[in-house]
Design a protein around this ligand. Structure first.
Ligand code: ATP
Ligand code: MG
Length: 343
């Protein structure tokens, strides 16, 4: 957990985070999110993890693929070390409180705030007029996901920092407008060597499960040959690797591969460069492939095993949803009461 947190002491520590079933999990999701979720759970803080299916449909999803992706994501959580006996694991749409809270927050958030969100701009692209209203409102639903549990800490990748700031703005405005100290100012927890894993094809773009190019990412279910092939073809520059971090400035592709290596191996970037400084990519890339396969193969094997028992996955999600609702319902009730809804 990060040092110097500034949440109100009135709120006991609680971790929440979510992942969209908008495709298969990537190495970016693993290093930026899943691997760190397991650390949070194992530190003993109450941890709640959500498959955010309502977020996924802000862009078109084929219904059968969405169902499969939600179950596979649940398998990914468990295979990455999230234990449904220790953490609450569920899918968003089974807890209607998220959507109920999101409506209140749609009425708290300002249009001007939402228009500044870079994720909307990136995802809507040039055709923003044709994007769904849900994609625009996405950060208000995300604030609802977090604040419906009075969450104090959210482990996420770098790309979600702006949305976390918006959740704090929403909490602050709600508390101020209604003269209460009801919602905490949630802290983002963005830590480690790989908080922003980049595309293997373009060092200026984030690796994403929804990227149309499969070569841009390593999927957690890729086999060893596929991983090796993608890393071999990953874009790099002609220089050998530097011996210190400063030498990675202005070399986004080199920096990305070194960051991935460091995060996978639980090492600092400095320590990795002490070992590999001076090596050519022709030598470093096979080392990285071997490490990625060593770390990912047991997880993808476990995911495949779990996917053979979809009924068990559904039962875990159902039970998790009940546990989540036990926390969420009173908080939503109280929120509606504060706002002045007759109950
Ligand atoms: P999509 O392309 O559909 O948005 P995604 O790969 O960005 O999918 P999300 O479900 O949006 O995945 O994000 C889940 C979690 O993974 C978030 O905490 C996010 O910050 C983290 N994450 C996503 N991509 C990366 C990345 N490239 N590097 C580090 N963390 C990432
Ligand atoms: Mg995303």
């Amino acid at each position: 957990m990060s040092e110097g947190v500034q949440t109100s002491p009135a709120f006991s520590q609680r971790v929440f985070s979510g992942i969209q079933p908008s495709g298969g999990l990537t190495l970016g999701n693993y290093l930026g999110a899943l691997k760190r979720f397991a650390d949070s759970q194992n530190s003993g803080v109450q941890s709640i993890f959500c498959m955010v299916d309502l977020h996924a449909i802000t862009v078109w999803q084929d219904p059968d693929k969405l169902r499969r992706a939600t179950r596979e994501l649940c398998a990914g959580f468990i295979a990455s070390g999230i234990d449904p006996e220790k953490s609450i694991l569920f899918n968003q749409s089974q807890v209607p409180e998220h959507a109920q809270m999101a409506w209140i927050f749609n009425c708290v958030a300002r249009m001007g705030w939402m228009k500044r969100m870079t994720q909307f701009k990136d995802k809507a692209g040039k055709n923003a007029e044709n994007a769904s209203l849900g994609l625009f409102a996405y950060p208000a639903l995300m604030a609802a996901d977090i604040l419906t549990y009075h969450t104090t800490h959210v482990p996420v990748g770098e790309d979600q920092k702006q949305h976390l700031e918006l959740a704090r703005d929403i909490a602050t405005k709600f508390n101020h407008d209604y003269g209460v100290e009801f919602f905490p100012l949630t802290e983002p927890v963005i830590e480690g060597a790989a908080t922003r894993v980049m595309s293997l094809r373009d060092g200026s773009k984030k690796m994403s499960k929804s990227d149309p190019s499969d070569m841009s990412r390593i999927n957690m279910t890729d086999d060893a040959d596929t991983i090796a092939g993608k890393i071999r073809k990953a874009r790099t520059d002609p220089e050998p690797l530097p011996s210190d971090v400063k030498g990675l400035e202005d070399r986004p592709e080199a920096r990305n591969l070194v960051n991935i290596y460091a995060a996978l191996n639980d090492q600092s970037v400095e320590a990795v460069l002490r070992d590999v400084g001076g090596k050519q990519f022709s030598e470093f890339k096979p080392m990285l492939s071997e490490l990625a396969v060593e770390k990912l193969a047991p997880i993808s094997g476990e995911m495949a095993r779990l996917m053979e028992q979809p009924d068990e996955i559904d039962a875990i999600l159902r039970r998790g949803s009940e546990q989540a609702r036990a926390i969420a319902t009173p908080i939503v009730e109280k929120t509606y009461d504060i706002v002045g809804m007759v109950r």
